[in-house]
Design a protein around this ligand. Sequence first.
Ligand SMILES: *[C@@H]1O[C@H](CO)[C@@H](O)[C@H](O)[C@H]1NC(C)=O
Ligand SMILES: *[C@@H]1O[C@H](CO)[C@@H](O)[C@H](O)[C@H]1NC(C)=O
Length: 356
Amino acid sequence: MDLHAVALVLLALITISTKMMMPFGYVGVAQDERKCQYLRPSRMLKIRCFNMDLKEVPQNLKSSVEILDLAFNRIKKLKRNSFERYTSVEILVLYENKIQSVEPGTFAQLTSLEEIDLSNNALVSIPLEIFQLPSLRNLYVDSNELFNLDRDLQALQTPIQAPLEYLNVADCGLTNLPNLGVLPKLWQINASTNPLTDLTMDTLANTCNLRTIDLTKTELSNCACQQVTRYLQYVGASVKFVPICVETLDNSICPDPYNITVGSTTFHDCKTEAELAKVLSSWRWWIIAAAVALTVLVFTWYCCRRNTKKRRKKKKAMKAKPKAIPLPAKQQPLVSPTLALKSHNDRTMLQDCDCA
Ligand SMILES: *[C@@H]1O[C@H](CO)[C@@H](O)[C@H](O)[C@H]1NC(C)=O
Ligand SMILES: *[C@@H]1O[C@H](CO)[C@@H](O)[C@H](O)[C@H]1NC(C)=O
């Protein structure tokens, strides 16, 4: 057998063996059903560890994850280092777990976090650091018994840093709307299924851009119902999810709440802050555009100046030097002036010949 044949046989053997091993590889993956799924729904990396009996946040996932779905597990406690590796996460889904406690600092590093869903857990309060996340827009904490929330919120630093737009506190055993200070971007609150008996209208003054509030299945008094409805109508928000009030009360018994809502300094602060944010965001583009224009201008000016300088230098040099033989510079050292002159003459002669 020559070498060629040996090589062929070896190649055949390798091909067969890899083909035989392939199925084992697949079986290996299929057996491990408990693996988190890697998906790319848009351009974002989503990892889905849904319903896997997890007791802790897994630490072996790709750290560039942007959507992390840990719903339907048995996580009881979130620790300071639970999300330490996953600082790019923008959407964090933790609903249907058994979360009772959250160590301070657990969420603090998640500066890209825009949405967190902690609904259907065993929380008794909302970790205050959540309200200071600089990108957080949507917060779901519905279906937790938040009986320590009111007490804890007394220590909340306001105005909060989170640009909250959506808040779901449905079914949390709340007797009042949580007071989070001025919330200029909040446009939707879901507070349904709560025993909201002592609804203080002042809290609504914090939400000057409210468009919808769900107050179905609450225990609003007749007056509170009327006041909320009138307030929402006044600011042009939807009353679709406010229970229909049983009777119309006279203004002397149930005064319109405008002096504590739209007439209050809180409401004005909220409006001012919202306006400021709007102006800043439109100004941001103007500033960027101006910066780009300025850079282009400076660059053009610099180039022009350099070219003019070069040209001037050239002119000066031309004037200073006696008229040199107009030949390409690299030929000058090789050819003596007479020779050059000669060849130059030859060329013109040749050219003259061509023309003739
Ligand atoms: C408010 O939340 C409850 C419970 O999560 C939900 O059933 C309801 O549809 C929500 N309301 C709105 C207006 O989205
Ligand atoms: C708001 O108006 C009501 C009567 O309409 C009055 O009793 C109440 O004191 C006023 N509150 C404030 C803060 O001015």
